[in-house]
Write a protein that binds this ligand. Structure first.
Ligand code: ADP
Ligand code: MG
Length: 693
């Protein structure tokens, strides 16, 4: 235990280190920047840089890097050594300028047309609200990444902008009540991360896993997850050792890795951290994904973060637990004990209901990827329809408020917001429904539609912005009210009335819900190609530009990148399948067929008159071989037909036809796998991939 206490955060340039190493005045200014989100005073940068360098060098660092999050969804870094020639030898230097600003020659990052390659430079600028840290002997400085003109090229800048926005709008609401010394509001996030482990040696024998991180062929193992014996099951020594090292590495980086367990599918696991401020949570989730993968390598595993590595068993997601908290530790989504606090809670709650209903499309886009399309709506993850789970009690309370009727026996008359205390509702009744995409879990919302490999930035940018927008509209109305209590009651009632269609406590996996949701007018966006165009509708452009989260240009760039990544992902998968077909699977099928034919020929030569099963087997093989060849040709035709078309069109063609052709190819391939002898099959099979860890 003592060791954990000593190592936790030992690689982080955190508050304690700053206090120890920075001159008092400098630290005071820096803390002000961090807490208030103000721009950094350039004059103190020099002192901070110097202290950081000395600290990092003492810890064995030789390089520094601006660590940023381009629109690829992962992180990027370019290492610079601290060395500078001087005094006839080498000096270790790191200036304030280098701390504050970097100029990675970043022409190859996706920019959606925001930056022409001839002016390839992107700029990285320090985000002092996220601590610098050391990883791989490199001092990493969390930074934002933008163009020369200040257009954002990353996922961090808009997240920071959205956090500032929700602070401003939430403060307007808070000022309407007794504000209890609240001066700053922020959003907190805890993201539960699911992943698979596979033996690295086996992984390396599968081109699909190497290139696409998921199996494109593979017939399910006879045993999958049907016995339900994996969830929370015992963790074997090898995996345990792996998890311990993951924890240790994350703790050094100040990541609060907390809970780990086996997930539903064989070889599937989950790691959850303790929640923290949204931008730091986003940084930490990136670090978590990175450490999971790096440590896996050392233990002879490969860590798969793909949303659907295997057919026939569950895929992996990421739950984004989200709340709004104040500088003095008040969780604004915690129902309070007094009428006043309850009223504030209800106002925030209805703002969220309104926001989710009005911007279902944006929430859906925020989790749309080719990988996640395999999960959403597939009875293992939430449906593709966005809705809110509140639990029966809270829903009944809202209904009573809306209709002005008594809430159960204890409330004989209708409740007045701001006058009556809300009845208590047991917390544990709120966490039962695992099928809901957006569930209230007592004092936070759990957005469950995220795919396991997704950067959590985009969903949180959208959550912060849409909720801030609802709060802003509420504040506009209430700030000019002359009868606050009455107007507050009316506002909450009306909002519930207008947006209650988004509340659904039932089974999200049922067919009836799809019908019911349609009846309620909720969106059911089936795949990524269908989702992306919603991003740049007029309503959404207006929202983001109004609050300066994105410019119109930045939005179009992101839209293009989404299409680009989606279509390229599918293209890579399709071509990988073709290669596997022609280079491995068909040759295996032919050689097995040849064996059968030789046996058949021998039998005939020797005039052994028996039922020629070999003939039946050969015919069946031929059928699947033909099926494969035809499906591979079909794939080629589709790929050819999309060449040169605009990205949205390519994406639509792929979504509507390429995926079907790939599924057909896979079906034939998987049937061949079942027919052919094991030693001729070119790849490790599901039984090995899932059970040999
Ligand atoms: P469980 O689902 O096992 O009951 P919790 O509900 O306590 O666990 O937490 C699940 C995740 O939600 C954890 O990552 C946790 O840190 C996070 N979480 C808890 N409270 C908050 C909060 N106020 N804001 C954001 N995330 C939170
Ligand atoms: Mg969860």
């Amino acid at each position: 235990m003592r060791e954990i206490k000593e190592t936790f955060g030992s690689m982080v340039f955190n508050e304690t280190v700053m206090q120890e190493r920075l001159p008092k005045e400098v630290n005071k200014k820096l803390q002000k920047t961090i807490i208030e989100g103000k721009a950094l005073d350039v004059e103190i940068a020099e002192a901070v840089a110097n202290a950081m360098k000395d600290w990092a060098v003492e810890k064995g660092a030789t390089h520094y890097t601006h660590w940023f999050q381009p629109m690829t969804g992962i992180t990027a870094e370019k290492h610079e050594a601290f060395i500078t020639p001087g005094n006839g030898g080498i000096l270790l230097e790191f200036s304030g300028k280098e701390l504050i600003k970097g100029e990675p020659d970043a022409s190859s990052f996706p920019n959606g047309g925001l930056r022409a390659t001839f002016e390839a430079r992107g700029y990285t600028t320090w985000d002092p609200t996220s601590y610098a840290f050391i990883k791989d002997k490199t001092l990493c400085i969390p930074t934002a990444f933008c163009t020369f003109d200040g257009l954002s090229l990353d996922k961090k800048t808009p997240l920071l902008r959205s956090m500032e926005l929700i602070h401003q709008q939430a403060m307007r609401i808070i000022r309407l009540f007794d504000h209890e010394g609240i001066t700053r509001v922020t959003t907190t996030v805890g993201s539960e991360q699911e992943y698979f482990l596979v033996d690295r040696h086996l992984y390396q024998q599968r081109p699909d896993l190497i290139l696409c991180k998921r199996t494109l062929f593979g017939t399910p193992a006879p045993r999958g997850q049907e016995l339900e014996d994996h969830y929370f099951g015992m963790i074997n020594e090898r995996v345990k050792a792996y998890m311990q090292e993951v924890d240790k590495e994350l703790w050094k980086l100040g990541v609060l890795a907390k809970t780990e367990h086996k997930e539903v599918a064989p070889a599937q696991f989950e790691l959850a951290p303790i929640f923290t401020t949204a931008n730091i949570a986003a940084d930490h989730n990136q670090l978590m994904m990175e450490v999971l993968q790096k440590v896996a390598f050392k233990h002879g595993f490969e860590c798969l973060l793909h949303e659907k590595p295997y057919e026939g068993i569950n895929g992996s997601g990421k739950h984004n637990n989200w709340s709004i908290v104040t500088n003095n530790g008040i969780n604004l989504l915690e129902p309070g004990q007094t009428p006043e606090k309850n009223a504030r809670f209800l106002l925030f709650l209805t703002a969220i209901i309104k926001a989710v209903d009005e911007y279902q499309d944006l929430l859906r886009v925020s989790v749309a990827t080719a990988g996640n399309d395999h999960r959403l709506g597939a009875n293992e993850a939430p449906p593709a329809i966005v809705s809110i789970f509140l639990g029966t009690e809270l829903t009944n309370i809202l209904e009573a408020l809306e209709q002005g009727i008594p809430y159960n026996q204890t409330y004989q008359r209708s409740m007045q917001i701001g006058i009556d205390v809300l009845p208590e509702f047991p917390k544990d009744t709120t966490d039962r429904n695992r099928t809901s995409p957006f569930a209230f879990t007592g004092n936070k919302f759990e957005f469950r539609m995220l795919g396991s490999s997704l950067s959590i930035s985009c969903p949180n940018i959208i959550l912060n912005t849409i909720v801030a927008d609802a709060l802003s509209q509420f504040a506009d109305q209430l700030e000019k009210s002359t009868d606050f209590k009455t107007d507050l009651n009316t506002l909450i009632k009306e909002t519930i009335h207008q947006h209650k269609r988004i509340i659904f406590n039932g089974n999200g996996y049922s067919k009836e819900w799809v019908e019911e949701a349609k009846h309620r007018g909720l969106l059911n966006i089936k795949n990524t190609a269908e989702a992306i165009p919603y991003y740049i509708t007029d309503k959404n452009i207006e929202l983001f530009t109004k609050y300066h989260i994105y410019t119109k240009e930045e939005m179009f760039a992101r839209d293009e990148i989404l299409f680009d990544i989606y279509s390229k992902t599918l293209q890579i998968e399709a071509i990988t399948m073709q290669r596997m077909t022609t280079q491995d699977i068909l040759p295996a099928a032919f050689s097995y067929q040849k064996e059968l034919l030789t046996a058949l020929q021998l039998k005939q030569q020797l005039s052994i008159d028996c039922e020629p099963v070999e003939r039946r087997l050969c015919t069946a093989l031929s059928k699947e071989i033909r099926g494969m060849v035809e499906a591979a040709e079909k794939i080629q035709t589709i790929l050819d037909s999309a060449v040169g078309l605009p990205l949205p069109q390519v994406s639509k063609i792929y979504a509507d036809t390429l995926i079907l052709a790939m599924n057909t190819l896979r079906q034939h391939g998987d049937r061949l796998e079942e027919m052919i002898d094991r030693k001729s099959w070119p790849y490790p099979q599901y039984t090995d991939l899932l059970y040999r860890i």
